[in-house]
Design a protein around this ligand. Structure first.
Ligand code: TEU
Ligand code: CA
Length: 557
């Protein structure tokens, strides 16, 4: 097994806007992260994935970059970023930045010049003529944007439309243009030469748009999901191999591709060591379990997670990439709701189910990702007004669904409370003082009112807190290669409450048993645990034949 620091490390994802505000303007910042390094180190993590901090008009909270080599002033300065990098390295922690090159901001100078047809920028984006349909001018295709509406926007100066899979302020970049690609590689070297340890690559599997012919898909709305034309198309691998050859192969870096819609087979193609593309990717299959995909992007019509399907998906990835590629293991991030709310029980068994889920993510093979606040069991927020939300995806969907009368407001807000991205973007909860001491100003988004009970300070003072469970689970994982590299085998595949599996590596064998329900379960007849000794778990329950609500047990042969 080819050992690597990024295989054995644990990643902590920081959404800078919501982490800690050092200058009381209500917005988290880089200096705030610097102040929290002792806390971050105390969790036991090795790598930070920092969401974008580059100059941006913040149409999509930084995923619309205006200057790839400069820091957004409200987050701080380049010097602050370099200080963060140095201080993290002094503490043995690496820094992975966000690479957002499927699109940039419409305020980027490349796009400003492209609109004016100035060489070579005229071809850095995707411009197409409109289509005459029944005498009426229409967009080049009927694809639906991820953020509602069309993926095309008309520009008078060019009498053409530009493509934007996301918001109209996020024009898609033209990866067929080599001059543009070389600018990306030069920018990557700028950050890597500064000492950055790698990149998380935003929707990197969308960069090859194959064709703009797409039938009108009947039903639902005049815009429809055109992703079969631009998701995981063949040239993506060519571009990644070129990027690897030109840049990545020259540094000791970690890369993780954000790849919506991939299968485990794709996963081996992106992360196979012999492929010279990426270190690993993020799959979405287990995230999409909660979305009603009857209509394109039907995440606002949520459905309960089917645990049997969850087990199938995670098993497929564990087995599919074993010895062929490398998994990332995550159960939430800045685009997904809080994992204890989606997969656990954040009302009656919050701490137990948060610990149970942490046991899952830290015993599967691959690199575990902890999203800020997950380590203290932070939960979804249930704002009762659309005015409390900030996420462009939510706001645009509200206009598209509710203001058009297609969906009732209460139905929509219920869906947002379950699957909306802002669930994970409320500020980090440091203590029970005003605004959880995230800021002394007015926070850019309201806190979850439960910060009075759920915060870092109370967790540090409680031996049985979720946080202290993470600390112990992380140190156990780090000394157990069977968790990091081991062969996975699913047990009881059809059982809808119990997620049980073995992990084996170089003669060591473990069984992990997780109760995904609030029921007391007898497992004596289901699992043969003879010869196994319990080594870790979230209850003081030594009866191996019994599972308590949301109990996690790790047993060693
Ligand atoms: O996310 C892309 C993505 O797949 C998610 O936005 C998801 O599709 C969306 O939530 C709809 O369900 C990346 C970033 O992580 C996200 O924050 C950005 O908004 C997006 O790309 C555009 O850059
Ligand atoms: Ca600030």
């Amino acid at each position: 097994m080819n050992k690597k620091w990024w295989k054995e490390g644990i990643v902590y994802q920081i959404y800078p806007r919501s982490y800690f505000d050092s200058n009381n303007d209500g917005i988290g910042d880089i200096r705030g992260i610097i102040e929290k390094i002792p806390y971050i180190k105390s969790i036991g993590v090795d790598i930070i994935w920092l969401n974008p901090v580059y100059d941006s008009p913040n149409d999509d909270n930084g995923y619309d970059i205006r200057d790839y080599k400069n820091i957004l002033t409200e987050f701080g300065s380049l010097e602050d970023l370099q200080e963060l990098l140095n201080k993290l390295h002094e503490n043995g922690i690496r820094l992975v930045m966000d690479l957002v090159v499927n699109h940039c901001s419409d305020e980027h100078e490349w796009f400003v010049k492209s609109k004016q047809n100035i060489e070579p920028y005229n071809d850095y984006f995707i411009w197409e003529k409109g289509k005459k349909v029944d005498g009426e001018m229409k967009e080049p295709t009927n694809w639906a944007s991820f953020f509602s509406g069309s993926t095309w926007e008309y520009v008078e100066e060019r009498d053409e439309y530009y493509l934007h899979l996301f918001s109209k302020k996020q024009p898609d970049l033209n990866w067929k243009n080599e001059a543009f690609r070389l600018e990306v590689y030069e920018m990557m070297k700028y950050w890597l030469d500064m000492g950055v340890d790698g990149f998380r690559m935003d929707v990197i599997n969308l960069i090859h748009k194959e064709s703009f012919e797409d039938g009108i898909i009947e039903g639902y709305s005049k815009y429809a999901d055109g992703s079969s034309n631009y998701m995981n198309k063949p040239k993506v691998h060519e571009y990644l191999q070129e990027m690897n050859k030109e840049v990545l192969s020259k540094y000791d870096v970690m890369t993780v591709g954000e790849t919506p819609g991939v299968t485990a087979e794709d996963g081996a193609k992106y992360s196979g060591e012999d492929r010279n593309e990426l270190s690993m990717i993020f799959t979405f299959e287990h995230m999409d379990l909660a979305n009603n995909n009857e209509a394109p992007f039907g995440k606002f019509l949520p459905k309960p997670v089917d645990v049997v399907k969850l087990k199938e998906i995670l098993s497929k990835w564990q087995i599919g990439l074993h010895g062929k590629g490398w998994n990332s293991i995550y159960m939430n991030n800045h685009d997904q709701p809080r994992m204890v709310s989606r997969f656990g029980d954040d009302k009656n068994y919050r701490k137990q189910s948060a610990k149970m889920l942490a046991t899952l993510t830290h015993t599967l093979s691959g690199t575990p990702y902890i999203y800020q606040g997950e380590e203290i069991g932070m939960t979804n927020v249930n704002f009762d007004s659309i005015d409390d939300y900030r996420d462009i995806e939510i706001i645009n969907a509200y206009k598209d669904f509710v203001e058009t009368g297609r969906l009732r407001e209460d139905t929509f807000l219920h869906g947002v409370s379950i699957n909306g991205r802002d669930n994970s973007r409320t500020p980090m909860q440091w203590d029970n003082k005003e605004n959880a001491s995230f800021t002394k100003g007015t926070p850019w988004i309201k806190l979850n009112p439960n910060y009075v009970d759920i915060n870092v300070e109370e967790a540090n003072n409680d031996e049985n807190s979720v946080l202290n469970y993470y600390r112990k689970m992380i140190s156990l994982r780090k000394k157990t290669n069977a968790f990091i590299y081991g062969k996975f085998e699913l047990l009881l595949p059809d059982n809808k409450d119990i997620f049980a599996y073995t992990k084996e590596f170089e003669g060591e064998k473990y069984i992990v048993v997780l109760n995904f329900s609030k029921n007391d379960l007898e497992i004596g007849g289901l699992l043969d645990l003879d010869g196994y000794t319990k080594v870790f778990g979230n209850y003081d329950n030594d009866d191996n034949g019994k599972l308590l609500p949301y109990e996690s047990k790790i047993l060693k042969l």
